[in-house]
Design a protein around this ligand. Structure first.
Ligand code: HEC
Ligand code: HEC
Length: 386
């Protein structure tokens, strides 16, 4: 059985890995984020009703202009289709959670098929996201709530079976847009540099737009996204703000669970910092074997990576993650460490939606980390406070 130490992602022997694990644990002693006064508690899940917290990262703009931008951005997010396939952002990033769960996809499908006009009335169901990308069969979308994401291959990478092909499709879950304005790394593989470029690519890709958005429209959408926080004090996590602290525990279970996120805790090794999304030495990507396990049996693809010394390495995986952005075989199956704020509302989990519940997430970690069944229950109790 693999252990936590292999999480350190480069292929290393146990001793090497042990020493890097210890290094992390030592660094953990310096982490002071988790001490401090009790935090506010104002979880906000209804996007529609959310009074947008002001974004403090852009001092050039007056509050009023900013509020207008947010309101305009919200309208675009909810309704603007850019004459494409009928999709606006909210087709996939639902109002309440900022994401989409299989039960919601199924309910929407039922509603749509029982209407006179059929499934086409709901823009979630467009053939580009059908099982094969061209038909009208939506088993994958309904079961896993994953979307087909097209990725260009970097120059170092080819497909063993089809060397001429320069792009692939992977099935990915929809991350929540709530708190996304705080993310340093966007998308599971980090490929988008800004919310504006992300919005442009969503409009051209998911929405198959016939009309280009203006730069101002992209900025308004991004500004709206920057106003979506799951709790007000996260607004302080922008540069120069005060970092949010871990919520206080009020039961013995929560208190034991919290320890895994405090200095020296196992989960804190990777879920640290104000957003609980970095390692202790501030790295943003790790491999925790989600692609390797491939629980949902996404199609496995055969890649050839060219190493720096011109040798080739062949890799089989449903989704190589970061490696398709860097072209570096050492990054195969590494994914962005996601924030854990609001986690109780954003199931399913992992880049491929392979964990339906927090119990499933912990069952995954128990394959690799020294955690008992009780530890899992404690951690879940604490995660529900975030
Ligand atoms: C067809 C469904 C779909 C539509 C429509 C859609 N998205 Fe997404 N969105 C996704 C998926 C899937 C991802 C993750 C892709 C990945 O990781 O490679 C994503 C990722 C994102 C992210 C990154 C969040 C993070 O934590 O990294 C943001 C922000 C976002 N979308 C905003 C938008 C905006 C704005 C629009 C409208 C212009 C939009 N999306 C339309 C499916 C969709
Ligand atoms: C070695 C680094 C590492 C450690 C240690 C770690 N995580 Fe993670 N965590 C990740 C990465 C990377 C992902 C994203 C994996 C993916 O999408 O394939 C993730 C994803 C998650 C998710 C899903 C988030 C989402 O939005 O889909 C949860 C929940 C989570 N971790 C909780 C925990 C808990 C609880 C612990 C401690 C038991 C823990 N993690 C320890 C790196 C780590």
């Amino acid at each position: 059985m693999k252990t936590i130490f292999l999480f350190r992602n480069k292929a290393v022997g146990l001793n090497d890995s042990l020493s890097s694990f210890c290094q992390l644990a030592v660094t953990a002693q310096c982490l002071c984020l988790f001490a401090g006064p009790p935090r506010l508690d104002g979880a906000q899940s209804e996007l529609e009703d959310a009074a947008p917290a002001s974004f403090q990262g852009n001092p050039r703009q007056s509050h009023i202009v900013e509020q207008e931008q947010i309101a305009h951005g919200r309208k675009l997010f909810m309704r603007e289709t850019f004459d494409g396939n009928g999709r606006s952002c909210v087709a996939c990033h639902a109002i309440t959670t900022g994401t989409l769960a299989p039960v919601e996809a199924q309910a929407r499908y039922q509603r749509a098929v029982s209407s006179p006009k059929g499934v086409q009335i709901d823009p979630l169901f467009r053939s580009i996201d059908s099982d094969d990308g061209v038909s009208e069969k939506y088993d994958r979308l309904l079961t896993n709530a994953t979307i087909r994401v097209h990725l260009d291959l970097p120059p170092e990478v080819t497909l063993e079976t089809d060397p001429a092909r320069r792009s692939i499709v992977v099935n990915r879950g929809i991350p929540s847009v709530i708190n996304a304005g705080l993310a340093v790394v966007l998308m599971a593989d980090g490929r988008e540099p800004s919310l504006e470029s992300q919005a442009l690519h969503a409009i051209l890709g998911h929405a198959q737009a016939a009309r280009l958005p203006t730069q101002a429209q992209l900025e308004d959408i991004a500004q709206y996204e920057r106003s979506l926080f799951s709790r007000p004090e996260l607004a302080g996590a922008v540069p120069d703000g005060s970092a949010p602290l871990l919520p206080p525990a009020s039961t013995p279970e929560e208190s034991r669970g919290r320890k895994h996120f405090e200095r020296g805790g196992l989960c804190a090794l990777c879920h640290s910092g104000p957003l609980l999304n970095t390692t202790l030495d501030d790295r943003h990507f790790e491999n925790i074997f989600v692609s390797e396990r491939n629980v949902l049996q996404n199609p496995v693809q055969h890649f050839l990576f060219q190493n720096a010394d011109a040798t080739m390495k062949s890799v089989e995986t449903p989704d190589p993650g970061l490696a398709l952005i860097t072209g570096d075989v050492a990054d195969v199956n590494s994914f962005r460490i996601p924030t854990l704020w609001n986690i109780k509302n954003t199931a399913p989990y992992f880049h491929d939606n392979s964990a339906q519940t927090l119990e499933d997430v912990l069952a995954h970690y128990r394959l690799y980390l020294p955690l008992s069944a009780e530890d899992s229950r404690d951690i879940i109790a604490f995660l529900k406070l975030l």
